[in-house]
Design a protein around this ligand. Structure first.
Ligand code: IVH
Length: 680
């Protein structure tokens, strides 16, 4: 039975339309239709294809994940070798590179001066180099770089990556076009993958690059499909039956127009001053990018010049990679100490052989808790990879077991607190071990006071960590209330404390007495009660007396307060010594205005919601208004910062992303119950 022309046309139109929306969403990062609408179109296409299987084409958006897993990867020999890049490690290397370029191009005038060469600059993505071959606009092969001559055929896997078009857009592309670029795993996908690995008790990946490589090397494309990989194109190989442009930059823009993703950070600059400015700009931006980069690639922008410059062994003369300082280095665990925190948590800290990483010398790394030590399998004396990215505290990411000598020692949690000698207790089901000394423990007391004085709590200007330690060590301050009975003599009696600083501190203490209920509650350091919860409590109960009297049940009625938190709050106020200190603080003059309970408009302040899919009892606009009225923000896209996703019928990629990121999801019914809990 031949299928009617109308149906054939319908299938084709749907394919094209979906491919275009895919492009807007994954390549341009600018969705053109709501997810639910996309899902409806995809469903109509699926229905037609099920009814008329002869109309299924390999480039249909329904065909990204094929059938059975492969038995193995076949080899692909690259018609044009896939090159690598020379590296520069400092400005001098860059100046040398630029001089070599100018000399070869004979750019120097009679005075030896030369024009500033135009360079295209792009971040150097830390992923896996791949080649995509398009014939007549259809993706026919994907391959890894391998050794540059021979790679592996990973077509089935690259087909699952949404930012790779199965069919190019437009019709002015070359008949045969080989596009090259990097497949990488965005940081968010990496975090989600490792969180899941940990949950399942599997070994996590060391970094996004290894995770991307591991995900591409899967024989079952369904696994690759679940890993949220992305592709970014940075050059071409074979170009036959058509042309690109005169410059690297315009060529990449052409690729972009045909539906391929290119780096949004690309810029064209002049000479080494331009290159260094871009390098410094990106070095600052590095940690805020959603993907990992390990340097900047600079390429002579003019393609004729590139041809004239040519290649040397395995690298082009017209490009260079200026590397950033490494964020991972090898070092040795010399010892492990245990630190006691505000809540008594006993945290193992690795003392390391000092190593320069991420731009600073690092000699300590937190090991978090005993579970982390078990997961890493780390012992004292081990060679380890440590990682420091941006301002994040250094982490041990991996033990190099091959380097282990016989001379290693197990890490054991101390049975008694290293500060106060009280017993260390490990609660069943909790990863953290705690000192049982409470405020008897000097370490816990110091941390409690530091927290109380901190900027988001009582904001006591001039009372830094060192000063708190000195005041506790000298016996002048035993509890937070003791701060307000300090005399000038006591303070100026401390080492290195000038009269002026002593006066300033006393003035700050006086000023700090005027505070808000939320700050005061936060400053008490109740376990699990952060700044946001403290504000929620203040707004929900209005006064300290009400919070103190609140039962677990009434606390649970407050949005965002769960049973663990509720129990911590109740037991905090059950302990008489906590109430004594609160009374002493009030007696010393600490005060705040009560909060009007009818602060409905602020109940969801600072929270971002995303609404997706179709709601049946209200429109999305109505749902949005209700959220806005409670002070929430409503956003169109899901990110790590999203507080909750409200998913109606036929919710699509946003729901998936929320699930991948472990973000709370509510269905319409749940949302209605949630929203009505605010009706006062
Ligand atoms: S251009 C002939 N551009 O770095 C030029 N490479 O160390 C070929 N890489 O194998 C490479 N980002 O995997 C180029 N924007 C970028 C890149 C990039 C990452 C990788 C690529 C290459 C390796 C060389």
């Amino acid at each position: 039975m031949s299928v009617s022309e109308e149906i054939t046309l319908n299938v084709e139109t749907l394919c094209n339309e979906l491919n275009k929306h895919n492009y807007s969403y994954y390549v341009l990062d600018n969705p053109s239709i709501p997810d639910a609408e996309y899902d409806r179109l995809l469903l109509s296409l699926k229905k037609l294809e099920t009814e008329y299987p002869s109309l299924i084409t390999p480039e249909s958006p329904t065909q990204r994940v094929g059938g059975e897993p492969l038995a193995g990867f076949t080899q692909v020999s690259h018609e044009l070798p896939m090159l690598s890049l020379d590296n520069a490690f400092n400005e001098e290397d860059m100046i040398d590179f630029n001089r070599r370029v100018a000399d070869r191009l004979k750019l120097a005038d009679k005075d030896g001066e030369y024009e500033n060469v135009e360079y295209a600059c792009e971040p150097k993505l830390d992923g896996i180099a791949v080649s995509l071959l398009y014939e007549d606009g259809i993706l026919i092969r994907g391959a890894t770089r391998g050794d540059g001559q021979t790679g592996e055929n990973i077509t089935e896997n690259v087909r699952t990556i949404n930012s790779i078009p199965l069919k190019l857009l437009g019709n002015d592309f070359p008949k045969r076009l080989e596009v090259r670029g990097e497949i990488y795993m965005p940081k968010s996908a990496f975090d989600a993958l490792n969180t899941e690995a940990e949950r399942l008790g599997n070994k996590p990946f060391v970094n996004p690059r290894n995770a991307a490589a591991g995900s591409l090397r899967q024989l079952d494309p369904k696994i690759t499909a679940s890993r949220n990989l992305e592709m970014c194109c940075y050059s071409v190989g074979i170009v036959e039956g058509g042309a690109l442009a005169n410059t690297h930059e315009t060529s990449l823009r052409k690729l972009n127009g045909w539906g391929l993703r290119i780096n949004a950070e690309m810029q064209v600059v002049k000479g080494i001053p331009g290159c260094m400015k871009y390098y410094n700009f990106m070095a600052d931006k590095r940690n805020t990018l959603p993907y990992e980069i390990d340097g900047i690639v600079f390429k002579v922008n003019d393609l004729d010049r590139q041809v004239r410059l040519g290649f040397v062994s395995k690298a082009p003369r017209w490009a260079i990679a200026h590397k950033f300082p490494a964020q991972e280095e090898l070092t040795k665990v010399l010892d492990v100490d245990f630190q006691v925190g505000r809540t008594g948590a006993v945290t193992p800290v690795a003392r390391l052989a000092p190593v320069f990483v991420g731009g600073v010398t690092v000699s300590n790394a937190t090991l978090h808790n005993m579970d982390e030590i078990k997961r890493l399998g780390v012992m004292i004396g081990d060679a380890v990879i440590i990682r420091r990215a941006g301002d994040v505290i250094p982490q041990i990411v991996k033990v190099i077991e091959e380097k282990r000598t016989g001379d290693v020692k197990s890490i054991l949690i101390p049975s008694h607190c290293p500060v106060c000698d009280s017993e260390v207790l490990q609660v069943e089901g909790e990863a953290v071990a705690r000192c049982s000394g409470g405020l008897f423990c000097g370490a816990q007391r110091k941390e409690a006071i530091k927290h109380f004085a901190s900027r988001k709590a009582m904001d006591i200007d001039g009372l830094g960590d060192k000063l708190v330690e000195a005041l506790v060590d000298s016996g002048d301050v035993e509890t937070v209330a003791g701060l307000f009975t300090l005399t000038k003599d006591q303070v100026s009696g401390l080492e290195r404390m000038a009269d002026k600083s002593a006066e300033n501190l006393l003035r700050s203490l006086e000023n700090a007495k005027e505070t808000t209920l939320a700050r005061f509650v936060y400053s008490l350091g109740i376990r699990e009660v952060g700044e946001t919860t403290a504000r929620t409590l203040a707004n929900a109960f209005g006064s300290l007396a009400n919070i103190k009297m609140a039962s677990v049940e009434s606390l649970l009625e407050v949005p965002d307060i769960g049973p663990i938190m509720a129990n911590h709050i109740v037991s905090f106020f059950e302990q008489s010594h906590n109430n004594e200190i609160i009374d002493q603080l009030i007696e010393a003059g600490v005060h705040w205005p009560d909060v009007e309970i009818d602060k409905k408009s602020q109940a969801l302040q600072g929270k971002t919601f995303v609404i997706t899919g179709t709601l049946s009892d209200m429109t999305r606009e109505e749902a949005k208004e209700q959220l806005l009225a409670l002070g929430a923000k409503v956003s169109g896209s899901v990110s790590k910062k999203t507080h909750c996703v409200i998913a109606g019928e036929a919710a699509g990629s946003k729901l998936k992303k929320a699930e991948d990121l472990g973000i709370k999801v509510m269905n319409e019914k749940g949302f209605i119950t949630f929203i009505s809990s605010f009706a006062l």
